[in-house]
Design a protein around this ligand. Sequence first.
Ligand SMILES: Cc1ncc(COP(=O)(O)O)c(C=O)c1O
Length: 382
Amino acid sequence: MRDPEEELRELEAGGLRRRLRRIESPQGTRVDLADHGGCLNFSSNDYLGLATDEGLKEAYQKHIGRLGVGSGASRLVCGTMAAHLELEEKIADLKRAGAALTFSSGFAAATGTLPALCGKHDILILDKLCHASLIDGARLSGATMRVFPHNDLDRLESHLQWAARQVAADGRVVVVTESVFSMDGDLAPLAEIVELKDRYGALLLVDEAHAFGVLGPQGRGLAAALGVESRVDLQMGTFSKAAGLSGGYLCGSRAMVDLLINRARSFIYSTSPSPALAATVSDALDLVCGERGETLRADLLARRASFAPDTTSAIVPVIIGENEAALAASADLLAKGFLVPAIRYPTVPKGSARLRVTLSAAHRTDDIIALKSALADLRESR
Ligand SMILES: Cc1ncc(COP(=O)(O)O)c(C=O)c1O
């Protein structure tokens, strides 16, 4: 039998071992690491700084007082509470979709949705850099998978042509991509992808995890920015990043969502999130998509402009290459007081280990300038 210690030694030898790091403070742009002390945090997806927002903290406490802390069961058993339905109405409305279903996480949304909609007679076509949750969902479905090189429209089209020939009359072909890619921060050519999937009669699932709250009118995402929301059949995302809380969503037609209620195993066989959380997420959506959100997005844009003027999102990768070198760069930055994670295989392809800098509206301009200078020193010393 394989010895777990031996497996851990192998991970260590390849520069691939992960360890949890204890944080003693709340999340924020400054965090207190148990093994290090205070540092500036450039590792979080809390793009608008809402994870510790005073108004949301108060709202959460009020909702707990009103609704309690637990939901009791899965939604189909007895855990559907008004707060869950109200949240779903709100996100469906924002996404201009017929309906929405919420999940306990974005990961659960992906791994529930793809197997619910696709099986062995169907075809899933994924961008090579899709998030692990989408890859796992695709694998779980048992559908035939095709992967196209990142953002390569020609290869996507040739997969669509192939799929149109292969799929049975009642089979589904679903293209799966992200709008803002989680480890590269670049954008999918969404308008062109929508044209292609329509031309070949396929469906499209877009994961807006890193776009929601950051891009588009009211922060509604890239599909909204490009005016193609109504043509994206399945709009997925999470409340765990710009919205500052947690939970995943899938927006689509009423029939698609009803099918998920009947088939998505991560939804059916899992206790629903606490109703107080759902109600607080609703409040967070009002905030993200309202005036305060506009102000925070303007702040974030200013931070992006001062850090990397060409950046298209709040994620800025600094590609290093080898795992050990990325780990060393991350350790070097930490010694200078900056928490910037080293991202390695399998999160990113082999040989493309990187520092992943994430910016927040809550960073101060001084923080950004300090990090820029630390990164410049790092480049010089390499
Ligand atoms: C692109 C993408 N999709 C889905 C998820 C999963 O979302 P959650 O953290 O809510 O499980 C993430 C987050 O890590 C992500 O980056």
